[in-house]
Ligand binder design. Structure first.
Ligand SMILES: [Zn+2]
Length: 80
């Protein structure tokens, strides 16, 4: 039988959760880098072709909804 004291159990649980958070952060960084977008990029800027409203799209979606007129806009390739 394995015997653990309280300090070892708590520190191993803490280490395990920190490793999980670090792995999730690495995965997210790799995903963002692969998509070619980051928080400072202007690629999130969208313009509605119907009403001309310019707005920010914070999520990577293929189809975005205009906040002014509610039209669905398909993201254009090479749109910056
Ligand atoms: Zn619009």
């Amino acid at each position: 039988m394995i015997t653990l004291d309280v300090v070892t159990a708590i520190s191993s649980m803490l280490l395990l959760s920190l490793t999980a958070v670090f792995a999730a952060w690495l995965y997210e960084q790799r995903r963002v880098r692969k998509s070619g977008r980051d928080a400072r990029s202007s690629a999130y800027l969208e313009q509605c072709p119907y009403c001309g409203q310019v707005f920010m799209d914070y999520q990577e979606r293929i189809i975005v909804e205009c906040p002014t007129c509610g039209s669905y806009i398909e993201e254009q390739k090479g749109d910056v």
